[in-house]
Write a protein that binds this ligand. Structure first.
Ligand code: PMP
Length: 410
């Protein structure tokens, strides 16, 4: 990976912030958008903009064709059977809520749902609330001391045959733990459960192929894979998607509407009520093309080198504790430093141009497990360099020393 060359695609990275070169290491929160995607969006508005699936005029066809072309690109990107198995959403959260709501009809008081302790709130709360509403059992699979997924506990939770749905992240946004999705999905299926994958953090980490992984649903966000905000996709097998009761009602998702009844459109339109974010979808297609052109395996390998490098350099900082030491880590390193609040740390390094994230990262259950209410997180992408990580580590060390020195003496 020629990161210096790749950086030229991302105009935002070339700027100075607070008088220092920007070192953007908050990619788990959102990724930057390359010129190739920006220009696709601008070009669509300049030449082809019109509402989709409605008008019969020239631009309406051009816009609809571009949207459906993007759908085909996304279908290939995730290994969906065909483009009708790709539903455009607002993002991971939207897709996961759509599944939790749409599958509520399979849950009753004798049933259970399993999530993991390291879920983002968006793959935890919707299932918890669905269980509360239906009287179903909400089960949380634990972690090993290192922060790996506890497969033995998971097997125990599946053993009574009551679990109807397993909802799991492919990668924790706090620990960086990569879950063995293929194995976990097989175990879920053997126990008679559907498997829902939260793909928010894994789409850049190698090829995520729903057919190969054997998952029923995959939800992910465009903004975490270079496509910009407000768009994502819910993909799945046809059988699984057919099970979803529509959550939203409105234009283009219906067949026939009379006072007595309404019939539904076929997939995917049935699950896309109202005017979709078609320009966002076109951007997502362009981002998939961009990532494929760079090489998805190459991106994963390079990002993994950067993360390992970060673990090495951060580990040398006095008083710094890295959250978790999973067997396979992707995309990020979270940490705490003795006597230093992550918010203060992130504020000080920002003044030197370094963008990190601090807080509970929308995953309070795993923060409770870590015994803290806040962590700092460094998350590189393929346009970052080891030199940037070294600089960030120096700034973290310097800030920690300053903050410790400024503490009132007891
Ligand atoms: N799941 C995980 C693991 C995440 O990291 C995130 C975003 N931080 C989400 C779900 C939610 O994604 P979005 O906010 O784009 O819907």
């Amino acid at each position: 990976m020629d990161a210096e060359r790749v950086r030229e695609d991302f105009p935002i990275l070339g700027q100075q912030v607070h008088g220092h070169p920007l070192v953007y290491l908050d990619n788990s929160a959102t990724t930057q958008v390359p010129e190739q995607v920006l220009s696709t969006v601008a070009e669509h508005y300049r030449t082809s903009n019109a509402n989709v699936h409605r008008g019969m005029h020239y631009l309406a066809h051009a816009s609809t064709d571009a949207l459906e072309h993007a759908r085909e690109t996304v279908a290939r990107f995730v290994g969906a059977a065909d483009s009708s198995c790709v539903v455009f959403t607002r993002g991971t959260t939207d897709g996961l809520n759509m599944v939790a709501r749409g599958l509520a009809h399979v849950l009753g008081p004798d049933d259970a749902v399993v999530v993991s302790l390291m879920e983002h709130h968006s793959n935890y709360v919707p299932w918890q609330q669905a269980c509360f509403a239906k009287g179903a059992d909400f089960r949380v699979a634990g972690l090993t001391a290192e922060g790996d997924f506890d497969e033995a506990h998971y097997a125990e939770l599946l053993a009574d045959g009551k679990v109807k749905i397993v909802a799991m992240t492919g990668c924790s946004n706090v620990l960086g733990t990569v879950t063995p999705v293929k194995r976990l999905a097989k175990m879920a299926h053997d126990a008679g459960a559907l498997f829902v994958l939260d793909g928010a953090q894994i789409m850049r980490h190698g090829v995520v192929d729903i057919a190969d992984l054997g998952v029923d649903f995959l939800s992910f966000s465009g903004h975490k894979m270079m496509a910009g905000t407000g768009i994502g996709a819910l993909c799945g097998t046809r059988d699984a998607l057919e099970m979803l009761a529509p959550r939203d009602f409105g234009g283009e998702m219906v067949g026939k509407v009379t006072q007595a009844l309404t019939t539904w459109e076929e997939l995917p339109l049935r699950l896309e009520a109202g005017t979709p974010n078609y320009v966002g979808a076109i951007a997502l297609g362009a981002a998939c093309d961009y990532l494929c052109a760079l090489g998805r395996e190459e991106i994963a390998a390079y990002e993994s080198e950067l993360v390992n490098h970060a673990v090495g350099v951060l580990g040398k900082i006095e008083g710094l504790h890295i959250a978790g030491s999973p067997k396979e880590r992707a995309g990020l390193v979270s940490f705490t430093i003795d006597d230093v609040h992550p918010l203060d740390l992130c504020t000080l390094v920002d003044a030197r141009g370094v963008a990190l994230r601090s807080g509970h990262n929308c995953a309070q259950p795993v923060l409770d497990w870590l015994g803290t209410s806040s962590v700092a997180r460094l998350s590189p992408a393929f346009y970052n360099t080891s030199a940037e990580i070294d600089y960030a580590a120096q700034q973290i060390d310097r800030a920690a020393q300053m903050l410790r020195a400024a503490r009132p003496r007891k």
